[in-house]
Design a protein around this ligand. Structure first.
Ligand SMILES: [Zn+2]
Ligand SMILES: [Zn+2]
Length: 390
């Protein structure tokens, strides 16, 4: 389907009032409620820190869980990690993982068309928030065949509202109550955290399709921006993500701000994630060079010369990669030989030491035997009468 330029918002009778009110009122209630809670209970640094950590974990459970694990399957997660991501993800009030992934996969498959659930072509606010104000189309169905087999995700989907009330509001209230700050727990770590983390996710659909550079493709509205990456836990390198959605990273350089990537790498280190998928550096460079050559052509550079230089860069990259791999293999082999040599030397030293000890003992015995037999001989010489020889 061709990108649409003049897409219309749905009609008023299609408004999903409970969702609309929840999305708009929660941040306000969170903010006012937090003020009231502080007035009544006093300010607690402990509760503020707890709310902040809970907010960061909520965002990460959406970006590393709902998004990169469930929607894109960019890595495999241990059942314990899946459970934690679903548990905290439920507290975000961003619907079940199955609904979220159905919408998100459609967003990727139909990006910028009428079928894109949060198409930026319907306007910034529609992509940010507006699309959730309306009931899904009558023919909307959960469509994630691979995820629907997971009993954990099915359970979360079937009992979403009850679970979200429990984890999103009752849990922080309970934790606050246990330390003497129930209202702070409910409003700061509950409503305010939900309101703010929702906005962080919504920025991905609005800001990430509006601000930044189209580094890898100009066929999509998605853009790369460090500023947006900071607001969205690393999802701001969105042009890369749309072009190479299977890659578990969004910021591919080690220094690019992508806490979600660092979380997945830490999970791997802890044995909670495996099979982290990446796109080949050649494919990534090819796409970048293609985009940059469009800019250079517009500056008047000859297409032919640019193509030749592009081929040279790509060839050099492949050669460098191959040499790096060979070097890594050589290093492993060298370490193995070195270890082998050290082991053989140690064995030889041990063997030599044993031989030396054995020889020393043999020499001592021979010396004793010599002395004893010589003594015997001398006794024969000295004796005037014959004696028996033993
Ligand atoms: Zn995505
Ligand atoms: Zn997008």
């Amino acid at each position: 389907m061709k990108p649409s330029q003049q897409q219309q918002w749905p009609k008023w009778n299609q408004v999903d009032w409970p969702t609309t009110l929840f999305l708009t009122i929660t941040p306000v209630v969170g903010l006012i409620g937090t003020g009231v809670a502080i007035g009544v209970e006093g300010f607690s640094w402990g509760m503020a820190l707890f709310s902040l950590i809970f907010a960061a974990l909520t965002n990460l459970s959406i970006t590393a869980g709902y998004h990169r694990l469930f929607s894109h399957r960019s890595y495999d997660a241990h059942p314990v990690a899946r459970w934690i991501l679903v548990f905290i993800g439920t507290s975000a009030w961003q619907s079940s993982a199955l609904k979220w992934c159905t919408d998100h996969r459609k967003h990727h498959a139909e990006v910028d068309t009428d079928e894109d659930p949060y198409s930026i072509n319907r306007g910034f606010w529609y992509a940010h928030l507006g699309w959730m104000f309306f009931k899904p189309a009558e023919d909307f169905k959960i469509h994630c065949p691979d995820l629907e087999k997971d009993p954990l995700l099915r359970f979360q989907h079937n009992h979403y509202i009850k679970c979200a009330i429990a984890v999103g509001f009752l849990l922080p209230w309970l934790i606050g109550w246990m330390v003497g700050y129930p209202l702070t727990g409910l409003f700061m770590a509950g409503a305010l955290r939900i309101g703010l983390t929702q906005q962080s996710t919504f920025f991905v659909n609005s800001l990430c399709h509006t601000f930044g550079k189209r580094t890898y493709s100009d066929q999509i509205t998605a853009r790369d921006s460090l500023f947006v990456a900071v607001l969205t836990h690393g999802e701001g390198y969105h042009n890369f993500h749309h072009k190479f959605q299977i890659d578990y990273r969004n910021g591919i350089r080690w220094w690019q701000w992508d806490p979600t990537k660092w979380t997945i790498e830490t999970m791997k280190y802890l044995g909670l994630a495996s099979k982290l998928r990446t796109v080949s550096p050649t494919e990534i460079l090819k796409a970048r060079l293609h985009m940059e050559s469009i800019t250079l052509t517009s500056r008047g550079y000859s297409q032919e010369k640019l193509e030749a230089l592009k081929a040279k860069v790509l060839h050099a990259q492949v050669r460098m990669k191959k040499l790096k791999e060979d070097y890594a293999h050589l290093k492993v082999e060298y370490r193995r030989l070195k270890a082998d040599y050290a082991k053989k030397t140690a064995e030889w030293q041990e063997h030599s030491r044993e031989s030396i000890e054995r020889m020393k003992t043999e020499i001592t015995l021979a010396k004793l035997e010599f002395r004893y037999s010589l003594k015997q001989w001398k006794a024969l010489v000295k004796s005037p009468v014959p004696v028996a020889i033993s």
